[in-house]
Design a protein around this ligand. Structure first.
Ligand SMILES: *[C@@H]1O[C@H](CO)[C@@H](O)[C@H](O)[C@H]1NC(C)=O
Length: 219
């Protein structure tokens, strides 16, 4: 009996440690509205992959070499970023460490990313990366102006009802509670834009913005 109990304890301990390990290894990101992804990024481009290789990115503190995936890309358009053309994007080698898998078959992607100190572009699973043709008309259009107009607004994700906003400069993102998906109506068709009185509200992307932004349009 004692042996069984002990062995059970050991097994549980191992299982527990294994779980902890797994959690520590997993990449997790808070879901963000595409406008937030745009505003939080240094670089937003439309591009396709034309090559892929595993490259060295120096050593860690133990002297082990760090690998990264380098995607050679063809940049089709830049929506945000420094005035130059990127011909490569870097990411971590596996999804466990937030690396992104892009397909090299002509698929064009919308890609948000960070600019590193050395001027290279780096992407993670927490970025907004989607095949261009899977993005909505509003998302495509908002990249050129609308999202930028709302970067001073705060988009607050509603996870459970009731949700509270703390200032008039916030838009409540309710896709999850209403549609049980983060790729819902507000993500696909709306941008959160600052109005003339400094408050923020959702605007449907297809319509031309009103001059004073005081009419809220319904979906
Ligand atoms: C590229 O590959 C992806 C994943 O395998 C597939 O879903 C997509 O349809 C392919 N696209 C083209 C243009 O072949």
């Amino acid at each position: 009996m004692t042996w069984t109990a002990n062995s059970c304890f050991v097994t549980l301990t191992i299982l527990f440690l294994w779980r902890v390990e797994e959690i520590a290894e997993a990449c997790s990101c808070a879901p963000v509205h595409p406008q937030q992804a745009f505003c939080n990024s240094d670089v937003v481009i439309r591009a396709k992959v034309v090559g892929e290789q595993l490259v060295d990115a120096g050593n860690d503190i133990y002297g082990n070499s760090i690998k990264r995936i380098k995607y050679d890309i063809k940049q089709i358009k830049m929506f945000k970023g420094p005035t130059r053309v990127f011909d490569a994007i870097y990411t971590a080698p596996t999804s466990a460490v937030c690396g992104v898998t892009l397909v090299n078959n002509g698929t064009e992607y919308l890609i948000t990313g960070k600019l590193e100190a050395d001027g290279t572009m780096h992407i993670t699973l927490c970025d907004f990366i989607k095949p261009w043709e899977a993005t909505s008309a509003t998302q495509k259009k908002s990249l050129t102006q609308r999202y930028e107009m709302g970067c001073d607004c705060k988009i607050t994700r509603c996870r459970f009802i009731p949700c509270i906003i703390h200032s008039p400069a916030e838009c409540l993102w309710t896709d999850w509670v209403i549609e049980k998906t983060y790729n819902g109506g507000q993500a696909k068709h709306f941008a959160c834009i600052k109005r003339s009185d400094d408050s923020c509200a959702w605007y449907r992307g297809e319509a031309q913005p009103k001059r004073d932004f005081l009419d809220i349009e319904d979906p």
